[in-house]
Design a protein around this ligand. Structure first.
Ligand SMILES: O=C(O)CCC(=O)C(=O)O
Length: 286
């Protein structure tokens, strides 16, 4: 197993973020990018009554085999295992795509705020670059050490240029403490669910494409409401998660139905308290 070394583990524990972590060469990353772009070309009009963006942004692993395949890559799992241990599930796979000059951003936030998992340490995001995610292209920025405290209040902005579901943001972040996390294609960062992070617009002349995989352990759900996850390594003896097998094919009708079920179950938690429309957690478009 090619896991993280002691120095990397120590840095992750101290900072709540680790980058860059190489997981594949540029050619393999380009292949994944081209497969994402082929999906975009084929499903310009969406699937299952929804835009492709919906599946790219939330729970894509349920209906798109490519996203489940990325989440199961041994090179990624080996690294994640050194942080979370041998039993790993995937809660969500999400693509964060910024077109050159489209002005989209991600505001300062902590992932765990609206996920209904409490303040757990048993979750980590692996964010894999499928393009050159430079500072110019709007790479993520992190506040090292910010995961050590608990969750802090977030306000909703519902800013259309914000890629987050409700444009949630932490006010008053001291940006002088931020470190950028640029990545070459095939490198990933790992970040803790309480680590403050954000990203600026893509000012490069290429698309900026990242695949975020949310890994959790069986223990996360103990004592909490039921939610869904896909076992990708080891065992889930705790059975706190409703285990899902992964997609049967691309947009298989049975998986599309499961997608709607999962979204409806998660909506209450993810949209809780929002005064605006959390579009990603609404019912199917007609
Ligand atoms: O891609 C980005 O800029 C933000 C991604 C993010 O917030 C996350 O993966 O948790």
């Amino acid at each position: 197993m090619a896991g993280l070394d002691q120095a990397q583990i120590a840095r992750y524990r101290a900072d709540g973020v680790l980058h860059p972590v190489p997981v594949m060469d540029g050619a393999a990353a380009l292949d994944l990018r081209q497969r994402v772009e082929a999906l975009e070309a084929q499903h310009r009009h969406g699937a299952g009554g929804r835009d492709l963006t919906q599946y790219f942004r939330v729970n894509g692993q349920l209906v798109i085999p490519l996203l489940a395949e990325i989440a199961r890559l041994p090179a990624i799992l080996d690294k994640v295992e050194t942080i979370l241990g041998p039993d790993l599930l995937v809660w969500s796979v999400e693509l964060f795509i910024k077109e050159p000059g489209d002005g989209t951003i991600v505001s300062w936030h902590q992932d765990l705020t609206y996920w209904g998992m409490g303040e757990t340490d048993e979750e980590v995001t692996a964010w894999l670059a499928l393009s050159d995610v430079s500072v110019d292209a709007g790479c993520m920025r992190f506040i090292p050490g910010s995961h050590v405290g608990g969750l802090v209040p977030h306000g909703d902005t519902f800013d259309a240029a914000n890629l987050l579901s409700r444009g949630q943001e932490i006010g008053g972040v001291d940006e002088t403490m931020a470190i950028p996390g640029p990545l070459k294609p095939g490198e990933m960062s790992l970040h803790h669910g309480r680590c403050f992070h954000a990203s600026a617009p893509n000012r490069s002349d290429d698309r900026r494409i990242g695949c975020a995989i949310r890994y959790v352990t069986p223990e996360v759900r103990l004592g909490l409401n039921r939610d869904y996850a896909m076992l990708v390594r080891g065992q889930d003896q705790a059975q706190g998660w409703i285990n899902v097998a992964g997609p049967r094919g691309l947009f298989d009708v049975r998986d599309l139905a499961l997608y709607e079920e999962v979204l409806a179950a998660q909506a209450a938690t993810l949209a809780a308290g929002a005064e605006g429309n959390v579009a990603m957690y609404q019912g199917t478009n007609p």
